[in-house]
Write a protein that binds this ligand. Structure first.
Ligand SMILES: Nc1ncnc2c1ncn2[C@@H]1O[C@H](COP(=O)(O)OP(=O)(O)OP(=O)(O)O)[C@@H](O)[C@H]1O
Ligand code: SF4
Ligand SMILES: [Mg+2]
Length: 327
């Protein structure tokens, strides 16, 4: 049994002025204990709402269906109290903007020790010692003094490190990181990625990393799920996906990677056109308007995710012939 097993997860948002808007369509994936899975896709493809739905954090007008089993228990069917105990304890989260998870009116010490006191029943003093150790592990200088500061007294990179330290000290089974480095400059990005890798390799924490950046996935993830317009369009190991992407959208995303090996760096290519707005598409493949290989069937029938060797993709093109046993 996988540590986290998401099955046919869907998300709809109710609207006052129209029918409900489906933004995630029956997405399934699994994260093994100690594994690393990247969810990639352009803005609006449903990456964040997928994990928000799993954790019961959708906006009030949001409705989730399907299953998200953590150690066999369905998070979607759990009572709020039980879900709260798992969140922030066995499953930790960090977001793109650390301020969304930090309370501006409480010191870092209060915010870090609160989880330990609540979930681990530590005394305030023991919790403080544990929190300072965690801040030192993420290389916050002078942690014993800085722990008494407020979030606004930290830089963006430091705040993100505080959240990682909070996750580290709880020793969760799963860390969900939603665009954890997007708001940070390149040097800080590299440090944060190194910390996530360390957490995975040394502590065996499973990581679910959400990003629109294939480079970030290449650095950390064993497996990848590519999302487009609320659907999973390709699933594969990172190695096979980078070596031979099977879905035209993945090919486009990889083409949009900056060529670090090119002399002087090649300009970033992007995929022409824009992803559809939720609710705007009719039948057929949502990628068809941007796909150079689209043919008649693509405009009539939505492709389903199907196995192609050890991988899965949702595309009407004939499956390519596997190049070797591990295609
Ligand atoms: N409360 C809401 N009501 C209606 N639509 C919403 C609501 N919250 C999110 N959406 C829509 O759901 C869709 C999926 O959003 P989501 O946040 O999952 O995208 P994403 O892939 O995480 O994008 P990004 O890379 O920009 O973070 C978007 O079109 C968004 O506008
Ligand atoms: S189903 Fe058709 S339009 Fe969609 S990605 Fe495949 S070839 Fe392109
Ligand atoms: Mg998002």
């Amino acid at each position: 049994m996988a540590l986290l097993e998401v099955e046919q997860l869907g998300v709809r948002f109710m609207r006052r002025d129209g029918p409900p808007l489906t933004v995630v369509h029956d997405v399934s994936f699994a994260l093994e204990a100690g594994g690393t899975l990247g969810i990639v896709g352009e803005s609006g493809s449903g990456k964040s709402q997928t994990v928000m739905a799993m954790l019961g954090l959708l906006a009030l007008n949001g409705r989730a269906h399907g299953h998200a089993r953590f150690r066999g228990d369905d998070l979607l069917a759990m009572k709020p109290g039980a879900l709260n105990r798992i969140r922030g304890d066995r499953i930790a989260m960090i977001f793109q903007d650390p301020m969304t998870s930090l309370n501006p009116f409480l010191t870092i010490e209060r915010q870090m020790t609160e989880s330990l006191q609540r979930h681990r029943k530590l005394t305030r003093r023991a919790a403080r010692t544990r929190a300072i150790e965690a801040l030192e592990r993420v290389r916050i200088p002078d942690a014993a003094r800085r722990i008494g500061l407020y979030p606004h007294e930290f830089s963006g990179g430091m705040r993100q490190r505080v959240l990682i330290a909070t996750a580290l000290m709880m020793e969760p089974d799963v860390l969900i990181a939603d665009e954890p480095t997007t708001a940070l400059d390149v040097t800080v990005q590299a440090q944060i990625m190194a910390l996530l890798r360390e957490m995975n390799r040394e502590r065996g924490t499973a990581i679910l990393l959400i990003t629109h950046d294939m480079g970030v996935v290449a650095e950390l993830c064993d497996d990848v799920m590519v999302m487009y317009a609320g659907r999973a369009v390709e699933k594969a190991s990172a190695t096979s996906l980078f070596n031979s992407p099977l879905h035209p959208y993945t090919v486009g995303l990889l083409g949009a990677l900056p060529r670090l090996d090119a002399p002087g760096g090649a300009p970033l290519r992007t995929i022409a056109g824009n992803p559809p707005l939720p609710g705007s598409g009719g039948q057929g493949c949502a990628f068809a308007p941007r796909c150079a290989q689209a043919f008649e069937r693509c405009h009539q029938e939505t492709p389903l995710l199907r196995a192609s060797g050890a991988r899965e993709r949702a595309c009407h093109l004939p499956a390519p012939v596997a190049r070797g046993a591990h295609a």
